[in-house]
Design a protein around this ligand. Structure first.
Ligand code: 4NP
Length: 154
C-alpha cells in the first residue's frame, strides 16, 4: 500500500481539495486498494477546523465526493507514516524539510512539478480564487497519478 499525504499550510483549502480529487481519481481507476490518501497542514492555524466553504463549493461543483473532516497538523513522526508528501507550494516544501530535518528518501514533492507549469499553487485563503485552485489541483493530481502508476508499476 502506497501512502500519500497532500500538504498545505492550514489543511482547510488546498490539501483537502487535493485529497478528495485524488481519492476520486484512484477510485475511478480501481486503485484504492493500492493507494491510501490523507492530507495535513504544516501550521496549527486552523487545527480542528472544517474544510473551507470555497473548497466545498468546488468539490460539489465538480461532483467530487468528500467526507467532513477537521484540519490536522503534520508532525515529525509522519515522515515514516507516508511514502509521498505532495505539497501545494515551495513554502510548505521548506517547512516540511525543517520539520523532518532530512528528506533522505526524497519523499517531498511540489504538486505542479509533475506538470509543465512547475510553480506554486497560490493560496486561495488569500486570493479567493478557488476555481483556479481546483483547476491546478486537478492538473497536478492527474500528473502525479500518471507518475505514480509508472513508478510503482500499477
Ligand atoms: P491552505 O490555506 O493552506 O490552502 O489550507 C490557508 C488556510 C488558513 C491559513 C493559511 C492558509 N491561515 O493562516 O489561517
Amino acid at each position: 500500500m502506497i501512502k500519500v499525504c497532500f500538504v498545505c499550510l492550514g489543511n482547510i483549502c488546498r490539501s483537502p481539495m487535493a485529497e478528495f480529487v485524488f481519492k476520486d481519481m484512484i477510485e475511478k481507476e480501481n486503485l484504492n486498494s493500492q493507494i491510501c490518501v490523507e492530507s495535513r497542514g504544516t501550521s496549527d492555524e486552523e487545527l480542528g477546523n472544517s474544510i473551507h466553504s470555497g473548497t466545498i463549493f468546488e468539490l460539489n461543483k465538480h461532483h467530487i465526493p468528500y467526507t467532513p473532516r477537521k484540519a490536522i497538523q503534520l508532525v515529525k513522526d509522519d515522515y515514516h507514516n507516508f511514502d509521498y508528501f505532495i505539497s501545494a507550494d515551495s513554502l510548505n516544501c521548506r517547512l516540511m524539510r525543517n520539520l523532518f530535518v532530512h528528506d533522505n528518501e526524497f519523499k517531498i514533492h511540489r504538486i505542479l512539478d509533475f506538470t509543465s507549469l512547475k510553480k506554486d499553487i497560490a493560496d486561495p485563503w488569500y486570493t479567493g480564487n478557488f476555481s483556479l485552485t481546483y483547476q491546478e489541483i486537478e492538473l497536478g493530481c492527474r500528473a502525479f497519478l500518471d507518475y505514480l502508476k509508472k513508478k510503482e508499476n500499477f
